[in-house]
Structure formats: C-alpha cells, structure tokens
Ligand binder design. Sequence first.
Ligand code: OGA
Ligand code: MN
Length: 257
Amino acid sequence: MQVNRLHPTFAAELIGADAARPDAALIATVEALMSEHAVLCIRDQGHLDDEQHLAFARSFGPLELPGPRREGEQRIAYGLYNVSSLDEQGEIIDTQSAQAKFSKGNELFHADSSFNDMPSKWSMLRAVILPPERGDTHFIDMRAMQPLVRTSASGRKSLFVGSHAWRVAGMDEAEGAALLAELMAFATQPQNIFAHKWRPGDMPIWDNRCTIHRGTEFDYARYKRDLRRANVNESGEERSMIPDSVGPDSFKLEQKP
Ligand code: OGA
Ligand code: MN
C-alpha cells in the first residue's frame, strides 16, 4: 500500500488497499492514517458493493443509520445515505424537486450529523457514478486553527463549527450567530480548502470531528452523480440519525427495516 499527501496540512490518498477485505492490518492502517490526515481517500474501490461498504464502515465503529426508509425505497442498501441526483429508478431528478433542493444544502460547509447529540466519527463516501466534470468535494482542516473547542483524534485542538450550527450556548441568538459567521468565514478562506477531484472508484473517508466539507455544483440537469455514504459513530449502539425527540410524528410511527 502507498500513501501520498494531498494538501499541506491534512488529507492523503491510500493506494493499493481493498476495503472488501477489512482485515486487522487494514483497519489499523486506516485508523492511524485517519488520525494523522483527517481525510483519507481510498482509491480504486469501484468493485465494492453496498454491503461491503457497510461492512467496512462497521469495522471502525457503530453505524449511524439514515432515517427510516420511505415506501418503495430500495435502490441502495439500507444503512447507506443516498448522496445522489437520482430517483428510485436511477434517473436524474427534477432540479426543482424537494430532493434536489435538499441536496443543495450540502453545498454549505458542514460536518455530517453535527445536529445530533454525539458527533459523528467518520463519513465514508463511495463513488458509484460521477459526472464527467465538476462536482468536487471541498474539505477544510479545522485543526489548523487557533480557537479551541475539541481535541481531535490526533490530540490536536480543533474548532467545531459548521452550517448546521445556529446558536452558541450562553450567548444571545444574534451575538452567537455573528460569532459563528465570523469563525466560518475565517475557517473557509479559499487557501484553506482542499478540493477533492473525484476519480472513479474513490472512497474518501473524513473525520467529522475536525473537518468540515461541502459539495460543489455540476450540471445537475445533464449528468448523473451517485455517491453513497456510510457514517460511523465513536461508540454506542448502531442507531438512526433521527433522534426520537424530534421530527414529525410520522417518523416515529414508521418501522425500522
Ligand atoms: C456528504 C456530502 C458532498 C458531495 O455526503 O455528506 O456532504 O460532494 N457530500 O456530495
Ligand atoms: Mn456532508
């Protein structure tokens, strides 16, 4: 296996690994590389299927599952987040649809599931279909900054903010929002961005505790983009992202598959 750095402060690629065979040596290697680099793109995983993707993710912690499935959803395996521009039939969705608008939210810098009570450990996003151009994913290393909120897996301090954050405990709402906006503007200056240009078979993993990321535009009306994401928590039970205490009642009534 070969490791190459992709940015001065974080992000590396791992070449020659096979996530379909998560033996103890590979798991230990990925844990070590993630604590150092915070973003690790495992190249050439185009042979993986959804179940192998989920099994690999489970090697690193309990999964955070998406919300309950809606009627008829079966294009991708339950357990993976659908990060695509496609409908159930695999066709390009209407750019005015609710799903399309929801995906646009990914174009704001964020850490996945930062609105849950426990921070998500990692996300593992697998390329199934890529558009022929654009649609990069941008990453920011929050350890490269002075303000201190969390200690990351590397032992270095990191700032934990993102577009899901909307208020600061102990500050009034306007004051908190202004502080968050200032921190976000500082963190996301163009020179701090690592732009991941997707290659077929890529499976980047990122640490949601010390990096933030965003999707970027591509020609949604013209090209398919099908990415699938597994999310791993630090500890606890495998669970669904939608806490029981929030969400419409209909969610609570739906059965977990
Ligand atoms: C995600 C995400 C960005 C992208 O899957 O969590 O934010 O480029 N994706 O699709
Ligand atoms: Mn995301």
